[in-house]
Ligand binder design. Structure first.
Ligand code: IPM
Ligand code: MG
Length: 367
């Protein structure tokens, strides 16, 4: 059998720096765990725009459709702020999500023991936190038509459309229920059924799907209350299922509970391919962080943990994913910190590459 294939898209800002560490981890698994990947690399976002005048070249898009998994760093940066909307770096990422039909975006928010007192919330509220947000990723207001800016009565009007079909709500719900079955068997669905028809439909469809998962305890919450509950008592949640826009916002909120955006991975999954693997793209939740890019300060953990998710969800290597996640935990437990994880009175932060070194040393020690 040929090796599984990975397409690496480092992107912009700190993307290439954190991805360089992931490349070392990938190589480690090849050298030590008999897990060799065929890795190719290409451009996305501003980096692709600089070369091709578009944030994602058609050839890259085609390659993404062929490989077993895509790993993406980050897109965007101030140099591209004034570009036309249609070629902004973010459009490259959105095109990948849409054309690969990656409808289920898994965003775990896990509080690492060593970082519990780093959260802006009180330690006891977040210690041991382990929630999973499943965000619908291919529809809703991000893609709904009509959209645009037009003139009405001599005034500009901006329009976006929240639109969901029941099939779209249902397939994401199934992914969320399946995850809940493997976790704490609790699912909270969030929408705004009090003001949006799409929310009423959302609630209806999720309730119907729940009949196929009688073991899972389903609850519903308005998304604004959900935001409040996330910061009031986040441990009440196991799996949260919500739409594209609410999921964007709620997942940033959940991420911050854990202390740092620099720790959080994500997986975007679509339908199974011929080989049974889901279409998949893995990326850190953090962005391109232009303020620190090129300085060797970025925390590569989120990107490394995104590769761990790839091991788990694309390559059925749960034990190796555990190994990698444990290595990151052990590094933190040793007090090794990148700058984003330093307390005001903290010691000297390690660089991006030193963080990679530390994770590799823990991996070595694990075999
Ligand atoms: C995210 C990001 C993206 C989004 C941007 C970069 C398009 O915020 O993945 O959460 O809004 O989905
Ligand atoms: Mg976001």
């Amino acid at each position: 059998m040929s090796n599984p294939s990975l397409l690496i898209l480092p992107g912009d800002g700190i993307g290439p720096e954190v991805m360089a560490q992931v490349r070392r981890i990938i190589d480690w698994f090849g050298a030590n765990r008999d897990l060799t990947f065929d890795v190719s690399e290409d451009l996305v976002g501003g980096a692709a725009y600089d070369k091709h005048g578009v944030p994602l070249h058609d050839d890259t898009m085609a390659r993404a459709q062929e490989v077993d998994a895509v790993l993406l760093g980050a897109v965007g940066g101030p140099a591209y702020d004034d570009l036309d909307f249609s070629v902004k770096p973010e459009r490259g990422l959105l095109r990948l999500r849409k054309e690969m039909d990656l409808f289920a975006n898994l965003r775990p928010a896990q509080c690492f023991d060593a970082l519990a007192d780093f959260s802006s919330l009180k330690t006891d509220i977040v210690a041991g936190l382990d929630i999973m947000i499943v965000r619908e990723l291919t529809s809703g207001v991000y893609f709904g038509e009509p959209r645009g800016i037009h003139m009405e009565d001599n005034m500009r009007v901006g329009v976006n459309t929240q639109r969901y079909t029941e099939a779209e709500i249902e397939r994401g719900a199934r992914a969320a229920f399946e995850l809940a079955m493997k976790r704490g068997k609790r699912l909270c669905s969030m929408e705004k059924a009090n003001v949006m028809e799409s929310g009423i439909l959302w609630r209806d469809v999720v309730t119907e799907v729940s009949k196929d998962y009688p073991e899972v305890v389903l609850s519903h919450m308005y998304a604004d209350n959900g935001a409040m509950q996330l910061v009031r008592a986040p441990k009440q949640f196991d799996v949260i299922y919500t739409d594209n826009l609410f999921g964007d916002i709620l997942s940033d909120c959940a991420a911050m509970l854990t202390g740092s955006l620099g720790m959080l991975p994500s997986a975007s999954l679509g339908a199974p391919m011929e080989n049974g693997r889901p279409k998949a793209l893995y990326e850190p939740v953090h962005g391109s962080a232009p303020d620190i890019s090129g300085q060797g300060k970025a925390n590569p953990s989120a990107c490394i943990l995104s590769f761990a998710m790839a091991l788990r969800y694309s390559f059925d290597q749960g034990a190796e994913a555990d190994r990698l996640e444990q290595a990151v935990q052990d590094v933190l437990a040793d007090g090794i910190r990148t700058a984003d994880l330093m307390q005001a009175d903290g010691g000297t932060p390690v660089s991006t590459a030193e963080m990679g070194d530390a994770v590799l040393a823990k991996l070595d020690a694990s075999i």
